[in-house]
Write a protein that binds this ligand. Structure first.
Ligand code: S3P
Length: 166
């Protein structure tokens, strides 16, 4: 079977990077991660980029990196939770690949993200920030034709479920 781009979207903590890496291995195609590509291009970590240049700059860098990465195929591309906030990014994803949204319950997300220090948007209180952002982003991942709830599932189960739905 030949694959084009498989694009994973979803809120922080839904397991996009871990699942994307295992999925790419199972499909025998490369895995690229949008945040990793941004950090490479900018020469600093995502928290540093937020701290020095701000979220607006990060979002511009994110959109530019998305456009560039989607020129290559086949690949599994994992994206940051906010990459879907710009409509042009959503259009591009739907045009260039099979988009899969991962989700998990609020309780599970808080459990997975508690103690995280690498996500600037969660600084100052994981549970509160997760609740607020989930509310703000309600429906933001619904555009993906394949929806996978990862709550209580392990990586191999999630990969099998995705493969069964592609
Ligand atoms: C963000 C999610 C992060 C990262 C940045 C902003 C967001 O990626 O891109 O911290 O706005 O949801 P993960 O979803 O991989 O944590």
């Amino acid at each position: 079977m030949t694959y084009g781009n498989v694009i994973l979207v979803g809120f922080m903590g839904t397991g996009k990077t871990t699942v994307g890496s295992a999925l790419a291995q199972a499909l025998g195609i490369p895995h690229r991660d949008l945040d990793e590509a941004i950090a490479e291009r900018e020469g600093c970590s995502i928290p540093e980029l937020f701290a020095t240049k701000g979220e607006r700059y990060f979002r511009d860098a994110e959109s530019a990196a998305l456009r560039d990465l989607l020129r290559e195929r086949p690949q599994v591309l994992t994206t940051g939770g906010g990459a879907v906030l710009r409509p042009e990014n959503v259009r591009l994803m739907l045009q260039e690949g099979t988009v899969i949204a991962l989700s998990a319950t609020e309780q599970e997300l808080i459990r997975r993200l508690e103690g995280d220090t690498g996500r600037p948007l969660l600084a100052g209180g994981v549970a509160d920030r997760v609740r607020r952002l989930l509310e703000e982003r309600k429906g933001a991942y619904d555009f993906a034709p394949i929806q996978i709830d990862t709550t209580g599932k392990d990586v191999s189960e999630i990969v099998a479920e995705i493969r069964g739905r592609m």
